[in-house]
Write a protein that binds this ligand. Structure first.
Ligand code: ADP
Ligand code: ASP
Ligand code: MG
Length: 421
């Protein structure tokens, strides 16, 4: 007997038929004698509709009410899933975040889970009741409903798995695993049987929306065994298994040491909607960057790629960085207002950038992976505006008009296309 967390994303619970199908996966695990906690997302498209309603009510609205509204989608699905299971003769009960409770901080719209009390869930699971828990939501120290940010049900699932000491956390979605690139952008993308936590974290942070980055962070820290598999698999088929053992297709996210054949490059990601801002002739002296980025941090603006040039004269320099498109106007006005904190000749920028990243633990030991990236883009005549690197990734900012072309070209260049095997 194992304890399993099963998470069903929006497509998996898009309508009653889908919910019934998802319930079949749950029934299989229950009939195999396992204790099961289920995390559900809102029905496909529902959260977008709810977000839109809040905007139509007022463009600038109270974040606490935003959360009260957008969290409601998950509540509907949890109830429907419980009914679908009860209809199959399974003991099941739905729980909203506050009923568990899933405790969070009070950053509405982007809350972090601070703790989960496993008592109620443990009692129910031990009595062989399936617990259906709303994803994406929790409760703040002030007792108000919070949401975890878009895609947050993945994080709910992993956090619940850690809290109840689950043996596995299976993420059911509309693809049968994590691919070398978004299969919607690169039809020749290949499924990875394994991906390391570190690579998955980079991929998720850099645009692979198949898992929310925070969920991978939590899984890595809490050592949760995480698998991504398709909701459209035959519900009779059991768990994701390594390729050398019988099992359904899927991807295991695990420690690097567990992966026998390490990929040189594991994935290519794409994140659109990046805006670039340049400050010209900033004083080249200690403390200036702290003031520039401090001003942005005070307004909770998340800055991503940062490049500062070495000045010729040692007195003045230029700083370029990126922010999400949606934060561009706010960032420009924040910098203009922060004139007493630093001086510069001009503040300029543009929207419409795309960040393309190549990720792989192979970068630690192989020289030239970044150079290959630049060559592949040059051959397509694509100009690179910014470059940043970390131990296992290289990212470039390019014009978003060329984003898909760039991802496909890189995928082929690194020999990742499915036909190449
Ligand atoms: P869910 O509603 O189940 O949470 P999401 O839409 O959030 O599903 O995530 C699944 C989607 O992630 C897929 O349909 C796919 O287009 C996209 N995706 C992006 N990058 C990748 C990748 N590297 N591997 C698999 N899917 C990816
Ligand atoms: N329903 C939420 C969203 O669409 C959370 C999730 O599905 O993970 O962002
Ligand atoms: Mg998702």
């Amino acid at each position: 007997m194992a304890r399993i967390v099963m998470k069903f994303g929006g497509t998996s619970v898009a309508d009653i038929d889908h919910i019934r199908r998802a319930a079949c996966h749950v029934v299989r695990e229950v009939e195999d004698g396992h204790q099961v906690a289920v995390i559900v997302s809102a029905m496909a498209g529902r959260t977008n509709e709810l977000v839109d309603l809040t905007r139509r009510a007022a463009a600038m609205h109270d974040a606490r009410e935003y959360d009260a509204i957008v969290a409601s989608g998950e509540q509907v699905t949890a109830g429907l899933m419980a009914i679908a299971l009860q209809d199959r003769g399974i003991s099941a009960r739905s729980f909203a975040g506050w009923q568990v409770p899933i405790l969070t901080d009070n950053v509405h719209g982007a809350a972090r889970i601070t703790g989960i009390d496993p008592k109620v869930l443990n009692e129910r699971l031990e009595n062989n009741q399936v617990c259906i828990i709303t994803g994406f939501q929790g409760v703040s120290p002030l007792g108000r409903i919070t949401t975890l940010g878009r895609g947050g049900s993945d994080t709910s699932a992993v956090a619940v798995a850690a809290a109840i000491n689950a043996d596995r956390c299976d993420i059911y979605t509309d693809v049968d695993g994590v691919y070398t690139a978004d299969p919607r952008v690169v039809p020749k993308a290949k499924r990875l049987s394994f991906v390391s936590f570190e690579e998955m974290l980079e991929m998720a942070s850099l645009g692979a929306k198949v898992l929310m980055a925070r969920s991978v962070e939590v899984a890595m820290a809490q050592k949760v065994r995480l698998a991504v598999r398709s909701t459209f698999d035959d519900p009779a088929s059991a768990q994701v298994g390594p390729d050398n053992k019988p099992g359904v297709p899927g991807t295991l996210v695990c420690d690097e040491d567990e992966i026998m054949e390490k990929q040189f490059v594991s994935g290519i990601t794409l994140a659109k909607s990046e805006a670039k801002i340049t400050l010209r002739d900033v004083m080249d002296e200690p403390g200036v960057a702290a003031e520039v980025f401090g001003a942005l941090a005070d307004e909770h603006i998340v800055v991503d790629m940062i490049v500062q040039n070495i000045s010729d004269d040692g007195k003045l320099t230029d700083i370029t960085f990126t922010v999400p498109d949606a934060e561009y106007d706010k960032a420009i006005s924040t910098l203009n207002r922060a004139g007493d904190r630093f001086t510069c000749r001009s503040i300029s920028g543009s929207r419409g950038g795309a960040k393309i990243s190549v990720i792989g633990v192979g970068m630690r030991s192989h020289a030239g992976i970044a150079a290959m990236m630049f060559r592949a883009l040059a051959e397509k005549g694509i100009n690179i505006q910014l470059i940043t690197t970390s131990e296992i990734k290289t990212s470039v900012l390019i014009d978003d008009e060329y984003a898909e072309l760039a991802v496909r070209a890189l995928h082929t260049y690194y020999g990742l296309d499915a036909d190449d095997t």
